[in-house]
Ligand binder design. Structure first.
Ligand SMILES: *Cc1c(COP(=O)(O)O)cnc(C)c1O
Length: 355
């Protein structure tokens, strides 16, 4: 028997969540599969999402892996290329690249092949992370349009506030104003904008987190959006004991101290598996399908749970850390973070099993 922790990937939930995107938008869907498909396994996620119109990620080697696996749709490199040496590979594998800085354009200039590349030109409309400013855009656009290596151009931007007030209007109107004179495809929307801002859908939407069944909004549950959890992180109780009033649990005796006698369990899951060490005592967790709470500090390989109200729980009881029946958004909130970080932080020692 191996250690009982695993991340189960529900591939039919992935397909369901893609249908939720399709219902929300008639734009083409660029499924975002960066960071190993948000921890879900790049190839199996892409296979479940094979009806997407394109895939977006960061590393050229991952893009090449998708091509080699037979995916024919556009594959977009979200940060573009990082050196001129990558350009022949981009052309050979027909990868689409974001262009967001002058350095990349200079590298393009030195690239001899004609008509090789599809380019997504990134405009900074207020996120202030990547992209050309409103002032730079017209000149950059001219330079790219006449560039021999460029086959076609899509215009893109990224929203900073699609998931909260004041929303996308300031960025959207700047983007529309800048791009109005160009008859080119556009792409703006992440999950939050897909669900909340239909005016910003453009020609290509770029869903990430919603495909994986988590809500992009702090105040709206995934379930109410029709999204199904894709990853279920589960393990088992590997030890059970009774403690008395005054006993502590785990490292740091002051972190949790029992006020009365209680029954507690130890779960084979810790921060070296990707469970957040910042999850405080009281973080919700399922044991044998029933909700209870974590106790004490999360260790590297284990964490404590309260079994006082679960007299039938024993060594071998199934524990769900997040996923089916235990929304990851609740766990993230208790740990002071967002679901994105928890999903991506899953470590390689946890088997990721798709079905
Ligand atoms: C990660 C990313 C997305 C997806 O964002 P979600 O909030 O996960 O939907 C879309 N566009 C860009 C440029 C990204 O980097």
């Amino acid at each position: 028997m191996s250690r009982p922790i695993q991340a189960h990937i529900d591939l039919s939930a992935l397909r369901n969540n893609l249908r939720v995107v399709r219902r929300a938008s008639s734009a083409r869907v660029m499924a975002v599969v960066k960071a190993n498909a948000y921890g879900h396994g790049l190839l199996q996620a892409a296979q479940a999402l094979h009806e997407a119109d394109g895939f977006a990620l960061l590393e050229v080697r991952d893009a090449v892996q998708l091509r080699d696996a037979g995916f024919r749709q556009p594959i977009l490199l979200l940060e573009g290329f990082f050196s001129r040496e990558e350009l022949p590979l981009l052309a050979e594998y027909e990868l689409t690249t974001v262009i967001h800085n002058h350095q990349q354009i200079e590298w393009l200039e030195a690239y001899p092949r004609k008509n090789g590349l599809s380019v997504w030109l990134k405009i900074n409309s207020g996120m202030n992370r990547l992209g050309f400013s409103a002032q730079e855009f017209p000149a950059v656009m001219e330079r790219l349009k006449s560039h021999r290596a460029v086959r076609d151009v899509t215009l893109m931007t990224h929203f900073a506030l699609a998931d909260e007030a004041p929303g996308v209007m300031t960025q959207l109107s700047l983007f529309e104003q800048l791009t109005a004179n160009h008859r080119l495809p556009r792409s703006l929307a992440n999950s939050a904008a897909i669900l909340r801002h239909p005016v910003a859908h453009g020609d290509w939407v770029r869903p990430g987190i919603m495909l994986y069944g988590s809500s992009p909004f702090a105040d709206v549950s995934a379930e109410s959006l029709g999204l199904q959890p894709v990853m279920t992180l589960s393990s088992e109780i590997i030890s059970v004991r009774e403690i008395k009033a005054g006993d502590a649990v785990g490292y740091g005796a002051t972190f949790f101290c029992a006020e009365r006698a209680m029954r507690i369990g130890t779960v084979a899951c810790g921060y070296a598996d990707g469970y957040p060490r910042h999850a405080a005592t009281g973080t919700p967790i399922l044991v044998d399908g029933k909700r209870t709470r974590t106790l004490g500090r999360v260790s590297m390989d284990m964490l404590g749970v309260d079994l006082s109200a679960l007299p039938d729980a024993r060594v071998g009881s199934r524990v769900v850390l997040w996923g089916e029946g235990m929304p990851i958004d609740e766990v993230a909130r208790a740990a002071g973070t967002i679901s994105y970080e928890l999903l991506c932080a899953l470590t390689p020692r946890v088997p990721v099993v798709g079905a």
